[in-house]
Ligand binder design. Structure first.
Ligand code: PMP
Length: 437
């Protein structure tokens, strides 16, 4: 319409190489596995929105719970006051998370969860008399949101270089991705423990008693689906334990069933000291996040020598009643439909379908775990995102929503997906990949 030509004056979506503005595309509706576009077409969602709509779109129980809550209690202050659904949700979430990660802090996004976890880690070290531990360690190609904490520990230089001084005292471990060794490996690549030795290198650069915490995504998502090789997370855990360093898993993407268990910590059998979540906690319906930590961490600064007055932290919208209602109804939906383990039932089918695209033109790697997949394409000289972006446009025109990051197509469908819809994703992608230059 004529209106769409002027849209950019007031707001534009984030977009790879800004080509979007020449092709305004809009969703006006969503139901289960599909979006409805402004020109009335159905688009199959192979991305769960932005890795968040794990229960599918506009699920009846969630819609009803949100409507009811907004009419009943719209807001309750998060300071000094509470409301019953916040306590109920905290208990439900704690029961879902492996012991001893049973204390919850509520936030409103993944970026806020990351800042919160880093602050808790630093406060805990101080509360137990380890106040010299102020350094933080992230990883190359790590994505932890867009707050100053997240871009400081995050491993994407271009996301931080424009914004002045970052948190000081941050180092980045090498990432675990080695296409020369692992291209087209299915699921978890072999032999990964040695990648974790890079943490030893960093510890040796400093006095270990200056390091507070290490943060990693168990599976790096936004930078192109990098699967941790076998033994890697276990070895990180061991090195952290040996050196009094806290381990934080950023499960904003892997949380709430993406890998086929409630959290990646269950999937890999490695228990960190803190876990950050967001996205799937409300299945994308309302912004919310949560950070989990062991009670010993919580209690140390609530009752220890550095009393809670030292830890001023919390948001106006922490444990927002509407978000809590949405999260409780989302958890009901996950549990009633077995969605938190559904990815494990579909993982092999998904893997076989995805790797069936191996021989399509320009495909240089395929990676998968649970219901996550990535197809890496050969870059075009000088325009590194052009080919994947063309695939995005073609797929969209053919009724399929995919996500691209650099030269990588990333897939993460809602966990309610059927086998027929999995087939549809890969049939459409085959056509798309065969038709782009
Ligand atoms: N951490 C990870 C691992 C993420 O994938 C993301 C978002 N893609 C974030 C943090 C930031 O979340 P948000 O965009 O909700 O702030």
């Amino acid at each position: 319409s004529s209106q769409t030509n002027n849209l950019e004056a007031f707001w534009m979506p984030f977009t790879a190489n800004r080509q979007f503005k020449q092709n305004p595309r809009m969703f006006v509706g969503a139901k289960d596995m599909h979006y409805t576009t402004s020109d009335g077409r159905q688009v199959l969602d192979a991305t769960a929105g932005l890795w968040c709509c794990n229960a599918g779109h506009s699920r009846p129980k969630v819609v009803e719970a949100v409507q009811k809550q907004v009419a009943e209690l719209d807001y309750a202050p998060a300071f000094q006051m509470g409301h019953p659904k916040a306590f109920e949700l905290a208990a439900r979430l704690a029961a879902l998370m492996p012991k001893p990660l049973d204390h919850v802090f509520f936030t409103n996004s993944g970026s806020e969860s990351v800042d919160t976890a880093l602050k808790i880690a630093l406060a805990y070290q101080r509360a137990i008399g380890q106040g010299t531990r102020t350094r933080l360690i992230g990883r190359e190609r790590g994505y932890h949101g867009v707050g100053f904490g997240g871009i400081s520990v995050g491993g994407i230089v271009s996301n931080r270089k424009t914004f002045g001084t970052m948190l000081t005292g941050v180092d980045h471990m090498r990432h675990t991705h080695d296409p020369a060794r692992n291209a087209f490996s299915r699921g978890i690549p072999e032999n990964g423990a040695e990648y974790a030795e890079d943490l030893i290198r960093i510890i040796q650069l400093h006095d270990p008693s200056t390091i507070a915490a290490v943060i990693v995504e168990p599976v790096a998502g936004s930078t192109g689906v990098l699967i941790p090789p076998k033994g890697y997370l276990e070895r990180l855990r061991q090195i952290c334990d040996d050196n009094g360093i806290l381990l934080i898993f950023d499960e904003v993407i892997t949380g709430f069933g993406r890998l086929g268990s409630p959290f990646a910590t269950d999937f890999f059998g490695v228990t960190p000291d803190l876990v950050t979540t967001a996205k799937g906690i409300t299945s994308g319906v309302i912004p919310m996040g949560a950070v989990f930590c062991a009670s010993k961490i919580y209690e140390a600064f609530m009752t220890g020598p550095e009393h809670m007055i030292e830890l001023f932290h919390g948001y106006t919208y922490s444990a927002h009643p509407i978000a809590c209602a949405a999260a409780l109804a989302t958890l009901d939906t996950y549990e009633e439909e077995g969605l938190l383990t559904r990815a494990s039932e579909l993982a092999q089918y998904w893997e076989d379908g995805l790797h069936g695209l191996k021989d399509c033109p320009n495909v240089i790697d395929i990676r998968n775990l649970g219901l996550i997949g990535a197809i890496e394409l050969t870059p075009i000289d000088g325009q590194p995102t052009k080919r994947a972006f063309s695939a995005f446009l073609k797929a969209y025109d053919d009724g399929l929503l995919i996500r691209t990051t650099g030269d990588i197509i990333a897939l993460s469908p809602p966990l309610i997906i059927s086998k027929t819809q999995i087939d549809e994703i890969f049939e459409k992608l085959r056509k798309v990949l065969n038709s782009i230059d």
